[in-house]
Design a protein around this ligand. Structure first.
Ligand code: NAD
Length: 362
């Protein structure tokens, strides 16, 4: 098959494969679009079943980053990288430094950050060799305390606001109190989201493959634990996918009791037509790259070198308004929210009106 005929190739500006037999590095960096600025997106370290799966993932995720940053009015383009391997056994400082050299070869057209399988500590190692990395600085939080470069708290905050917007739109409620939210995946984002929701009097139903996270949520947040299969059919008002992509598909939508889908996972819908199905069934869907933009907003301010926690929070709070605009236009024009989000993102990409200035580190 020709690469240019790949089903997920979307006129990506540049897709580069990097290997280093000395360290075992096998990586792909995809730069989808740099109209608004250098591309920025996480580095996923994952034991892909095949190189083809890795390519599909990086093509889809990098396109999503273009739309995410345009939608959030950030001066960033869309890019993503994948390192093929098991992060538990294959990740070494030497391999990360070799990856950093790959970043240098792209001269700043792509800026890495943490993602599944990579951490703040990894970004610090990469930064020893390359400036084209973000998400590792110690920052001040909104209360003057120190926090790490991990963007997950910002992502969780954006998701929390997104759930509020969806509840206002779909259920006409100003409060989350008494509602039930089903969280698929209690990781960096999902657990923090569960904490914020529990504080508001929300009942949590959760599943994970990690028993430790489940026991903690049960003990600390009073969460009801269900199996991986039962999360869809459990009684809930909101389903929050915070683990894997494509968990919203024909089979799972059929089981779903929730009238709202609002969570942090990237590429939640398996296909475009699933977006149409949700619209037809009056299930309010908060498009993934809109609701989960808190992390990229946080990282963008870090990269600019003017990290002001109040400004970051204000920017993240815009996710509520953007989602409201999408929900209202989707209802008024009878267009699935997922399709409408793409249209608005393309409009914002063409407008080229970021709200913050980008100053790249040398
Ligand atoms: P994470 O790896 O910390 O958490 C994922 C959680 O899902 C883990 O607890 C894992 O055990 C669990 N999990 C794995 N397979 C599962 C399954 N089949 N069913 C249920 N749970 C399962 O990742 P994260 O940083 O919390 O990110 C969660 C999702 O949000 C990912 O899709 C990520 O791409 C997306 N996202 C994260 C950020 C961020 O700032 N971290 C930003 C944007 C998007």
């Amino acid at each position: 098959m020709s690469f240019f005929d790949h089903k997920d190739f979307d006129n990506h500006e540049q897709v580069t494969f990097f290997t280093d037999p000395k360290t075992g590095l096998k990586a792909i960096i995809a730069i989808h679009n740099t109209t608004l600025g250098p591309s920025l997106g996480g580095t996923r370290f994952y034991p892909y079943a095949s190189d083809e799966d890795a390519l599909t993932d990086v093509l889809r995720l990098s396109r999503g980053m273009t739309y995410k940053s345009a939608m959030a009015r950030l001066p960033l383009g869309g890019g993503k990288s994948v390192i093929i391997g098991n992060p538990k056994t294959d990740k070494t400082p030497e391999l990360l430094r070799s990856f950093a050299q790959s970043l240098n070869r792209l001269g700043g057209r792509y800026i890495a950050a943490e993602d599944s399988g990579t951490s703040v500590a990894d970004m610090k190692i990469i930064h020893e060799t390359s400036n084209h990395v973000s998400g590792y600085h110690e920052k001040k939080d909104a209360h003057g305390g120190n926090k790490s470069g991990d963007p997950s708290p910002a992502t969780a905050y954006g998701c929390y606001l997104g759930i509020k917007a969806a509840v206002k739109h779909r259920l006409n409620l100003d409060t989350l109190k008494g509602l039930t939210v089903g969280i698929q995946g209690l990781g960096n984002v999902g657990y923090r989201l569960a904490e914020m929701l529990a504080k508001d009097g929300v009942k949590i139903v959760a599943c994970d493959i990690n028993d430790e996270a489940l026991s903690k949520a049960e003990a600390e947040l009073g969460a009801t634990i269900v199996s991986l299969e039962d999360i869809y059919s459990a009684e809930m008002d909101v389903f929050a996918p915070c683990a894997l992509g494509a968990s919203v598909n024909l089979a799972t939508v059929d089981k779903l009791t929730a009238s709202i889908i609002a969570g942090s996972a990237n590429n939640q819908l398996d296909t475009l037509s699933t977006g149409e199905l949700l619209h037809a069934r009056n299930i309010c869907y908060a498009p993934d790259y809109v609701i989960n933009a808190g992390g990229i907003i946080d990282v963008c301010y870090e990269q600019i070198g003017q990290y002001d926690p109040a400004a970051v929070n204000k920017h993240i709070e815009g996710i509520y308004d953007t989602l409201m605009e999408i929900f209202q236009r989707s209802a008024a024009d009878n267009i699935p929210a997922s399709h409408l989000a793409d249209t608005i993102a393309r409009e914002r990409l063409a407008e080229k009106h970021p709200v913050v200035e980008f100053k790249q580190t040398a």
